[in-house]
Design a protein around this ligand. Structure first.
Ligand code: ZN
Length: 284
């Protein structure tokens, strides 16, 4: 699933190219993605795009005819076709297509087995319930330790799940939560309530470093290279069986509470949460 660094890089790439352009056509191939039945996306044709913005993992096209909001779900993305470069014949799972007045086109695609892309046409981004409920965004310049503290509190919730909860923090998903916890030296199963002050400080620094570092690494790449760049940048996520880049210990796949995480049993062993103790005996 795209997470905020890749979505932000996508938004910046598109904003440079679509700002000021008029939507010539907006065709939906797969109507199940449309969540505002009274306002079909086609109604935005003729609108000029004033800007693009990111809200957590959502993107928004601000147009003179209203906002188009897109949620990519697990396997959604946008394919960009610059003016004069027609879409190739390669079959893609297009769910919608936006044609601009300069000849450029954006294909919204969903490559998953289950359709998960969703689009809304609204007057304001907050009219989408998921956006209105978003927690503070770690990529925001004013994201603070107090913001994280409000998300953590004394909650009896496993920290990996909490990091991915969009109402607590906006934009982090399965991959970056693994990366953050590795950097912070915390097991994914430890409860927020169990973190002491030093661990909270380490977690805050890790969130900011991982998310802003990922954005710096992705910024400027074209949309079709972002996913691979993300995969290549991972230290532990998706790297079960490979050596930890910090200590060389073999990274383990850990399945718990219906979720999975990849972690380093040495770097992340100083705190063990429920279900993790006993599975890993190596301690720092
Ligand atoms: Zn390690």
């Amino acid at each position: 699933m795209p997470e905020s660094p890749e979505v932000q890089a996508l938004v910046e790439f598109l904003d440079e190219r679509v700002r000021g352009r008029v939507i010539a056509e907006l065709d939906v191939d797969e109507y199940r993605i449309v969540k505002t039945r009274g306002r079909p996306p086609g109604a935005l044709a003729g609108g000029r795009i004033d800007s693009m913005q990111r809200f957590g993992k959502y993107i928004g096209f601000r147009t003179t005819a209203g906002w188009l909001i897109v949620s990519f779900g697990r396997n959604g993305w946008i394919r960009w076709h610059a003016p004069g470069t027609a879409a190739d014949d390669e079959p893609v799972p297009e769910v919608a297509r936006i044609a601009l007045d300069d000849g450029a086109a954006l294909q919204i695609v969903d490559t998953g087995d289950f359709l998960a892309v969703a689009v809304w046409v609204v007057d304001a981004p907050e009219d989408v319930a998921g956006i209105a409920a978003l927690g503070p965004d770690p990529l925001a310049a004013d994201f603070s330790a107090d913001d994280l503290e409000r998300a953590l509190g004394r909650r009896r919730k496993q920290i990996k799940a909490l990091l991915q909860e969009q109402t607590s923090l906006a934009g982090i998903g399965n991959a970056y939560s693994d990366e953050v916890l590795h950097k912070a030296g915390l097991a994914p199963t430890v409860h927020a309530a169990e973190l002491d002050d030093g661990e909270r400080e380490r977690l805050f620094r890790a969130i900011v470093d991982i998310m802003s570092g990922a954005l710096a690494g992705r910024r400027g790449l074209p949309p079709d290279r972002l996913k691979q760049a993300k995969v290549e940048a991972m230290a532990v996520h998706g790297r079960g069986g490979q050596p930890c880049p910090v200590c060389g210990t073999t990274i383990v796949d850990h399945v718990f509470s219906g979720a999975s995480a990849q972690l380093c049993p040495v770097c992340q062993a100083d705190r063990v949460g429920d279900g993790f103790a006993g599975r890993v005996s190596i301690r720092r």
